[in-house]
Design a protein around this ligand. Structure first.
Ligand SMILES: *Cc1c(COP(=O)(O)O)cnc(C)c1O
Length: 849
């Protein structure tokens, strides 16, 4: 905690206005106007990003009671200083640097050890496991989930409490040169772990070595006492030696000069025994995991605990209890139109607060219920703990709390403590109803899923409460096929395209065709959160569905039926106008509106520069301009647009340049006729990357957001968003000469084959052209070719070469390891078609870290 009055000196800032309360203290750091939990003591940092400006939200924050602000300049304050009476406001050259400096000053008040983790993979899991393994000895402050960025690290470090914690564990991740040095200043680690150096090409770095050098900057402060790393990574080993870092290394190769040698005693499936040889001793341990990434992560942890001298029998006891880290918050469709946020892994305060933030972001209407277990590991007394819990609820719109567990139900029943605290926190009259159950069983015994109809339900419980049983009871039935949509990958891809844009260029995102099959509402909701500027859909119905689900971004409708114009106005949807007939219809509908009616929707004029599909031709221009001049008052033109016929194909670049030139001419003439500028936009995903000079005022991002690189230039920079997977229903052995399926088209030619039947067919959108060897799926990491024809609800694959394949196994139909463009190529189509074909009967599951 720091007094606000200290900040100008501490952060080298310039005080614009002193707070009404001269002793005001900073208790929480706030970066997002949608996440105001407790306004008292919150200090807001107005951060600026490529397409985001925190200054815009000052009035909203002030209205919510926030009184302490850090801004980048006085003239950035909407409404001027006088709009914020009583607030403390300070200007700094960079809000981000100020946030980091404040966290660094806070870090300096903590005298205990701080361990920092970086590397390409495994940071979050190593951090979580170390916290599990060390929790009997230490009171640990750690980053929530994967808060490892330029803003995540300061927020995490701010949570260090010198009066309580005995150890800090923070992860640090970077994407550009220069970032790590800043994080090192904030964390100032006394110990470190370098997990590994991945092989993936990283956009922000010139080379592998540069990336490594940059990451190691985390460990170059004089306070560092120990760096744990794997000796078997030659680049890492060489760099640690060259920089003379105080290393502690482990190896899996015999006869290496590392501090610990780990040798696998058995290598069969299942729990694996490892022998650990240090300078003094040899001990054997059983790890509860056998897959390679988990083994590597666990060996890092083992090295740390061996170095700390934890007694081997005790160490084994803790290892045995180690459990997998569920990294993701899953969003699932529930029964009776409910919507579930499933977060049943841990339940501490930081995790709860993150989950509530995710809930707060859901614009979906409907009552919000929190099903919450006892909150663990807080180190607070239960009255204080649940007062803090209650204070978090109003901001997420929770109107019903179901508490499960001895502790929470005692408190709730005895004193209505939660209810009272929540009332105080909200100050107004929140309609919070509460129910308490001593155990999950007691809750399940009386559960009626209809009581949650049309609600948004956050299910948040520590592992031992087994809340997955509650999720199973509330979840809509699934047949074995799901499309998993990774919202973090979507955000990642969005940022990738954003980085290509000049500041101020707007971003329209195409969510037509059910957001390319990914689920329009969830994608739109994420885009709203990520502050996209516009959405676009093909038909009015799609736009109406988004509005009804609570999406408020501007939405363009590309092909509205003229008789839907009145509906468009009602739902604030903006039509694309591509012909004189439509223009006249629009005028006929809206010209005679009386003053009290809501305003007519803004329009987007489509210009045909060579696609020859929809739009006004250049030859139509004189007539169009005449109409615009005559009716300017009744034609609120928002934008002028064109669409390229071959943005992805260098062979047609001359044609593309001619299209862009025509667009420039036509748009200029339009603006002159209208007497005002309009938003001009021409580029789709491929165009954004290939024609940086033609971004104009806005671009229209489509397939790239969904992880497919249509330009062929940036494949490595995008993350796949969707994974379609199904399960094996049955496995049969097909003797030589026998046939499979309809028309007997699959034949086991000369030897017996093992055939797996999968629960997916063309009615799920799985293309029939994949039949008879054209397609393949991924089972246990190996490819299995289709055999026979694809049926309506099933298909068959040959798993002869995957002897351990079993009924119930997952088969990946497309996703990581089975990229869409490759599959599309095999049947002569494009990734767009495979994505948008996934039928609506396939359940969508949305995951995020
Ligand atoms: C679908 C669409 C886009 C997006 O195209 P991608 O290739 O998916 O990026 C852009 N503009 C218009 C008019 C579209 O119909």
């Amino acid at each position: 905690m720091f007094a606000f009055s200290l900040l100008p000196r501490l952060l080298a800032g310039h005080l614009l206005q002193a707070p009404a309360d001269p002793a005001a203290e900073v208790r929480h750091l706030l970066l997002d106007s949608r996440r105001v939990g407790l306004p008292a003591g919150a200090l807001f940092f107005a951060l600026r990003g490529p397409s985001h400006d925190g200054h815009r939200y000052l009035p909203a924050l002030y209205a919510q009671g926030v009184r302490l602000f850090i801004v980048e300049a006085a003239h950035e304050l909407p409404g001027g200083l006088s709009a914020y009476p009583g607030a403390g406001i300070m200007a700094v050259p960079s809000s981000l640097a100020a946030l980091q400096a404040l966290a660094a000053a806070h870090r300096a008040t903590f005298a205990g050890p701080v361990l920092a983790i970086t590397g390409s993979n495994g940071k979050t899991i190593v951090k979580e496991w170390l916290a599990q393994l060390l929790s009997p000895d230490e009171d640990i402050c750690r980053s929530p989930r994967s808060y490892n960025s330029q803003v995540g690290v300061p927020l995490s470090v701010w949570e260090l409490n010198p009066a309580r914690h005995t150890l800090g564990i923070f992860e640090a991740g970077i994407s550009e040169v220069g970032e790590m040095a800043r994080l090192a200043e904030v964390i100032k680690p006394t110990e470190g772990i370098f997990t590994n150096l991945g092989t993936a090409h990283d956009a922000g770095f010139a080379s592998h070595e540069q990336k490594l050098r940059e990451k190691l900057k985390l460990f170059q402060g004089p306070q560092l006492q120990r760096l744990f790393y794997c000796y078997d990574q030659p680049l890492v080993r060489a760099a640690v030696a060259e920089l003379q870092l105080p290393g502690f290394s482990w190896t899996r190769q015999p006869d290496q000069p590392a501090d610990v040698y780990f040798a696998a005693v058995t290598s069969a499936d299942g729990p694996t025994r490892w022998r650990a040889r240090t300078a003094n001793d040899t001990h054997e341990f059983t790890l509860p995991f056998a897959d390679e990434p988990s083994v590597e992560n666990a060996l890092h942890c083992l090295a740390v605990l061996l170095h700390r001298g934890v007694e081997p029998a005790e160490l084994q006891r803790r290892l045995t209890r180690l459990h997998p880290v569920a990294m993701r918050l899953e969003m699932k469709l529930g029964r009776h139109d409910s919507y579930l946020l499933d977060d049943t892994y841990n339940n501490d305060l930081a995790g709860l607060s993150l989950a509530l933030n995710a809930l707060a972001r859901q614009p979906r209407p409907g009552r919000r219920t929190l099903i919450l277990s006892d909150v663990l590991e807080s180190g607070l007394g239960s009255a204080e703990l649940y007062a803090q819990v209650a204070a978090l609820l109003p901001a997420a719109g929770i109107t019903r709390l179901i508490g499960i567990g001895e502790e929470i139900s005692q408190l709730g029943v005895k004193s209505e403590g939660l209810r009272v605290a929540a009332l105080e926190a909200a100050e107004s009259e929140p309609q919070l109803s509460t129910q308490f159950f001593p155990s999950t069983e007691a809750f399940l015994a009386q559960l009626n899923p209809a009581n949650f109809a049309r609600e948004v339900v956050l299910i948040k419980g520590a592992r031992r409460f087994g809340f997955e049983r509650i999720v199973a009871a509330l979840q809509a039935q699934q047949h074995g096929t799901v499309l998993e949509v990774n919202l973090d990958a979507l955000s990642h891809n969005l940022q990738h395209y954003r980085r290509q844009l000049r500041p101020g260029t707007r971003l329209m995102v195409m969510v037509k065709a059910f957001a390319y099959g990914a689920g329009s509402y969830e994608v739109a909701s994420l885009l709203e959160f990520q502050r996209a500027d516009y959405l676009a859909v093909a038909y009015a119905d799609e736009g109406i569905a988004l509005r009804e689900a609570g999406i408020s971004l501007p939405i363009m409708v590309m092909n509205p039926a003229p008789d839907s114009f009145d509906l468009l106005r009602h739902y604030r949807l903006e039509p694309e106008i591509y012909s004189f007939e439509m223009l006249d219809e629009y005028l006929a509908t809206f010209r005679t509106l009386d003053e009290t009616a809501p305003p007519a929707p803004r329009i987007h004029l489509k210009l045909d520069t060579g696609m020859r599909r929809l739009g006004f031709d250049e030859a139509d221009l004189p007539a169009l301009l005449a109409r615009l001049r005559t009716h300017a008052a009744h034609l609120p033109v928002a934008s002028a647009m064109t669409h390229l016929a071959a943005a992805d194909d260098p062979a047609h670049d001359d044609f593309t340049q001619a299209q862009l030139a025509a667009f420039r001419r036509m748009a200029a003439a339009l603006e002159e006729a209208l007497g005002h500028p309009v938003i001009k936009h021409a580029l789709n995903s491929a165009g954004i990357l290939r024609f940086p000079d033609a971004h104009f005022d806005m671009v229209r991002l489509g397939i790239g957001l969904y992880g497919v690189d249509a330009s062929g230039r940036d494949t490595d920079a995008l993350r796949p968003v969707s994974e379609l997977r199904t399960t094996i229903s049955q496995i049969k052995t097909l003797p030589a000469g026998h046939t499979v399926g309809y028309g007997r088209r699959g034949v086991a030619a000369d030897v017996a084959r093992r055939i797996a039947t999968l629960a997916i067919g063309y009615a799920d959108g799985y293309d029939r052209r994949f039949g008879n060897g054209a397609g393949m799926v991924l089972i246990r990491g190996q490819r299995a070719p289709l055999i026979g024809s694809v049926c309506m609800d099933m298909c068959m694959v040959d798993v002869t070469s995957i002897p351990d394949a079993r009924a119930g196994d997952v088969a990946v139909v497309f996703g990581e390891g089975l990229p869409l463009p490759e599959l599309a190529g095999r049947i002569g189509t494009i990734a767009y078609e495979l994505l948008t074909n996934v039928s609506e009967r396939v359940k969508r599951v949305f995951v995020s870290e």
